[in-house]
Design a protein around this ligand. Structure first.
Ligand code: TRP
Ligand code: SF4
Length: 328
């Protein structure tokens, strides 16, 4: 039996942090052994909210590929490509835009949320409204069975199903309806205890060197009720403890009871965490250092991914044009 097809994308908006790693990338790495996976850099999608200043986009793309490869995505196992290099995505987006009712796009929760959150960036644009329509083109182009995404993207996959259904109904049965594949993401707060986010300046980047990571750990907020080392602590409210859950699975219960009984100090607890994090992150960091010396290899990975993606995309577009009778 052939493996199912998975597809997912990320916008190249800057270096990935540990929240992105545990929220998505770690899963992607695991899935590449189980499915036929397509992972792509959604640079056109990045333009929908960042069209005014494109000065960082190239370096963001390169850095993202380096983040991917250093985390373990393997070009022998999965196809990594750049959205803007496979022009068929633009054509399919255009064709879908003809039959997608505006009401579907207006009611999309991400549309409303982003409009109110990004007030300062004029995103009342045609392209931004059509964001999910472009995403549908990305997904359906490869006839993906499933799309590994976070909760926030589920409405987009739902809309993709509707777009597929409408196409199949109007023309011919060309597209399968993809499912969202939600994975239990491990949640990491930022170093200050809020959600990890670049806008809060509380992230640990995948590209941070081991010494920077250690320093960031030492500044993390802990249980504010602990003044003295032997005060009983409340690990459930502590950021350091949230990190132990992810990086120190085998030791986390012991840390919890030592904290509650006031028999471990926060400094020592952080040192243990820092060394556990180094076990996971140092190999990723070292791999990155190797990749930084091979820019030609990075290009090659994406170019050969583009080639593979394009072959499939061309085939899909020929079916689409035939079905729509615009293959004159
Ligand atoms: N919208 C996705 C995000 O912001 C990125 C994306 C674009 C995507 N096209 C996709 C994800 C297709 C999955 C499938 O995270
Ligand atoms: Fe947090 Fe560890 Fe301090 Fe407890 S001992 S409050 S878990 S840092």
């Amino acid at each position: 039996m052939s493996k199912g097809t998975m597809l997912s994308g990320m916008r190249p908006t800057g270096s990935l942090h540990l929240g992105n790693y545990f929220g998505a990338l770690e899963n992607w790495v695991r899935l590449q052994d189980e499915y036929d996976c397509f992972y792509f850099i959604a640079d056109w999608h990045a333009l929908t909210t960042g069209y005014e200043d494109t000065s960082d986009i190239k370096s963001n793309i390169d850095n993202m590929v380096i983040d991917w490869l250093s985390s373990g995505l393997d070009p022998e196992k999965c196809t990594m490509f750049l959205q803007s290099s496979v022009k068929e995505h633009a054509e399919l987006h255009l064709l879908f835009s003809m039959s997608t009712p505006l009401s579907w796009l207006y009611r999309c929760p991400t549309y409303k949320d982003q409009l109110s959150q990004l007030k300062e960036k004029n995103i009342t644009t045609y392209g931004f409204l059509g964001y999910p329509c472009l995403q549908a083109a990305d997904i359906l182009m490869y006839k993906a069975d499933a799309v590994p995404v976070g909760e926030d993207q589920v409405p987009h996959v739902e809309l993709t199903r509707e777009i597929a259904r409408r196409f199949n109904h109007l023309f011919e049965e060309v597209f399968p309806e993809p499912e969202s594949k939600l994975t239990k993401a491990k949640v990491l707060p930022g170093t200050d205890g809020r959600k990890m986010s670049k806008s809060y300046n509380n992230t640990i980047a995948l590209s941070d060197d081991p010494e920077t990571v250690r320093k960031k750990v030492m500044t993390m907020v802990t249980d504010p009720a602990r003044i003295r080392k032997d005060d009983p602590g409340h690990p459930e409210v502590c950021t350091v403890f949230a990190f132990h859950k992810v990086f120190n699975e085998e030791g986390v219960d012991e840390i919890g009871s030592l904290c509650r009984s006031g028999s471990i100090g926060c400094v020592q607890c952080k040192k243990i965490l820092a060394s556990k994090m180094a076990e996971t992150l140092t190999p990723i960091y070292e791999k990155r250092q190797g990749l930084l010396e091979r820019p030609a290899y990075i290009r090659e990975v994406i170019e050969s991914g583009n080639e593979r993606a394009r072959n499939i995309a061309q085939k899909t577009m020929s079916d689409v044009r035939k079905a729509m009778k615009i293959d004159w």
